[in-house]
Design a protein around this ligand. Structure first.
Ligand SMILES: CC[C@@H](C(=O)O)C(=O)SCCNC(=O)CCNC(=O)[C@H](O)C(C)(C)COP(=O)(O)OP(=O)(O)OC[C@H]1O[C@@H](n2cnc3c(N)ncnc32)[C@H](O)[C@@H]1OP(=O)(O)O
Ligand SMILES: [Co+2]
Length: 140
């Protein structure tokens, strides 16, 4: 089951400048920064009630964020939904014809397991499913 919009991912060129910008817009400080080396990204997170804003900057030229910014510029990159059973939701979406970008859940930021759905099969929107690793223990 989809339970919440967990975060909105925003691709940025300069993480320090964008963190300051969003701190001003949201009138609060970021609560953490984290590098996810497997994705080639450095992130900063802001909490807005139940949803987070995830700023993403590329750490290497072959990162999905570097490719996205090269082709489309900075901006909204993905919408991430919290799910209660990522394996079940991946199977459901795959059976319904959506293209999953990873066949098994992978490590995301903030102690999550994540899976991406190809934007070409989702009206041009890159969708991320995520589940807290603690909640997923024993299932994956
Ligand atoms: C911090 C960790 C984690 C978390 O815990 O939150 C993250 O959020 S990591 C975020 C970065 N990682 C990813 O995005 C992984 C999943 N993405 C991918 O696998 C790829 O980016 C992609 C979606 C498969 C695209 O890669 P590729 O095909 O190599 O790039 P192209 O530029 O050729 O794109 C093909 C096509 O798709 C369009 N596109 C690309 N990205 C997006 C997007 N974010 N939203 C919408 N559309 C997108 C792109 O414009 C191309 O379209 P056409 O030009 O019309 O063919
Ligand atoms: Co994300």
């Amino acid at each position: 089951m989809f339970t919440n919009v967990e975060h909105i991912g925003i691709a940025v060129r300069d993480l320090t400048a964008s963190t300051q910008l969003f701190a001003t817009i949201l009138n609060r400080d970021a609560y953490k920064s984290e590098e996810v080396a497997s994705e080639g990204v450095l992130t900063t997170f802001f909490q807005v009630n139940q949803t987070k804003i995830e700023l993403l900057a590329a750490t290497r030229p072959d990162s999905a964020i570097a490719t996205f910014i090269d082709k489309r510029g900075e901006g909204t990159h993905h919408i991430a939904f919290e799910v209660d059973d990522i394996v079940a939701e991946m199977a459901r979406l795959k059976a319904a014809g959506f293209t999953l970008l990873n066949e098994i859940p992978k490590q995301g930021a903030d102690n999550k397991l994540v899976c991406f759905v190809h934007p070409k099969t989702a009206n041009g929107v890159l969708i991320e499913l995520c589940q807290d690793r603690g909640a997923a223990s024993g299932k994956v």
